[in-house]
Design a binder for this molecule. Sequence first.
Ligand SMILES: C[S@@+](CC[C@H](N)C(=O)[O-])C[C@H]1O[C@@H](n2cnc3c(N)ncnc32)[C@H](O)[C@@H]1O
Length: 391
Amino acid sequence: MITVFKNNIEKLSRLDWECVNENTTYLTHNIHPYHSKYIPQIAGNLIELLSNEGDLVLDNFSGSGTTLIEAKLKNRNAIGVDINPLACLISKAKTTPIEEKKLKTETAKLINNIRLAIEGIRTQKSLNSFNKAETRNEKEQYRIAEFLYIHGWFQPQVIKELSIIKHYIGKIEDKDIKDFCLMIFSSIIREVSNAASEFGNLMISKRKSLVKNTFERFQHKVKDATKRLVEFSRTVSDSKIKVVHKDTRNLNFIGNEKIDLIVTHPPYIAAVPYAEYQKLSLRWLGFSDRELDNIIIGGKRQRDDVVERFNLDMQKVFDEMFRVLKKEKYCCVVIGNPVVKGKKIELNKVFVEMAQKSGFNFVKEIMRGKYHTTMGKMKEEFILIFQKQLE
Ligand SMILES: C[S@@+](CC[C@H](N)C(=O)[O-])C[C@H]1O[C@@H](n2cnc3c(N)ncnc32)[C@H](O)[C@@H]1O
């Protein structure tokens, strides 16, 4: 079997990794926006060629779950680890199959309850009075949300409608359906906020027009995401996917030499400030963006020691990946080279040194050049393949 993988390493070099004309948003892949996702074909090809059906795959920076979805589609078991609670919610919801009838019945009930509540408050009052501070009654009934700067980020009626939606999601008993609906709720938050754009830097737009259709956007998203999850649930194998909300610098919940393949995509130092970009969703879901920024790798990006901290953290990560991987098996790390304080850092080279220090053999580097990310940008990216030797 190991010889087969050796031959497949050569095959990997011959694949078209640019994937310019390929669909990167099939099934549940694009239900929720997530910064710096990789395209599913990267994880899919590596899993296909470097592991067997029934194997256990690890993605220890699992983000929005791209690797986990591909593992499930290819009948591999998988563990995803991420320190970001929003990432864990998204990847769990995107990889958990739900029985079609149950899902459709529950979401129809949810939409109906929300519609009745929202139509009630929309018709009772003119839009003007509706926009004024909510009555005590509504505040108590729906627990109108309150968090730092909420009134700057959201218009009054949006706050009310989002609070009502969240209130009824909270009443769903089935945990998987509840998480699925919370994930959809989170996916519309930025588009109904006063943010100037739906992605990237988060800034308030003073010219944002009145958002009148928060509920309708949620309803539309529920319909689309349900269709995608139903199709995903019909397509996938019954392999097991586990999402763990933990710090990947310490994988002590995984024993030595338990993993058959690692496919992962660490942060590009501090290129993406996850806590800042995702703070509206995090706050609506009751998570602290400040706390996340303090613990995430690449967090506290304004400080001078951001690169040194990143290097120390990543060495721990390589040591842990080496420990949990079975002998003779492969570890694939996808990375780009960020610019920090005006200087390009060649993480592809830094990572090879780190991996070797942890004990890995460096097998191959594949470069993707003029490719499109899921956001349509063009940049360089490297797939580094390492192997844990017999001894
Ligand atoms: C480049 S993204 C991975 C994106 C993923 N490949 C996808 O397609 O969605 C890197 C991820 O590392 C996570 N991360 C950063 N520090 C971490 C840590 N100490 N432990 C676990 N995950 C961490 C971030 O939350 C982020 O989701």
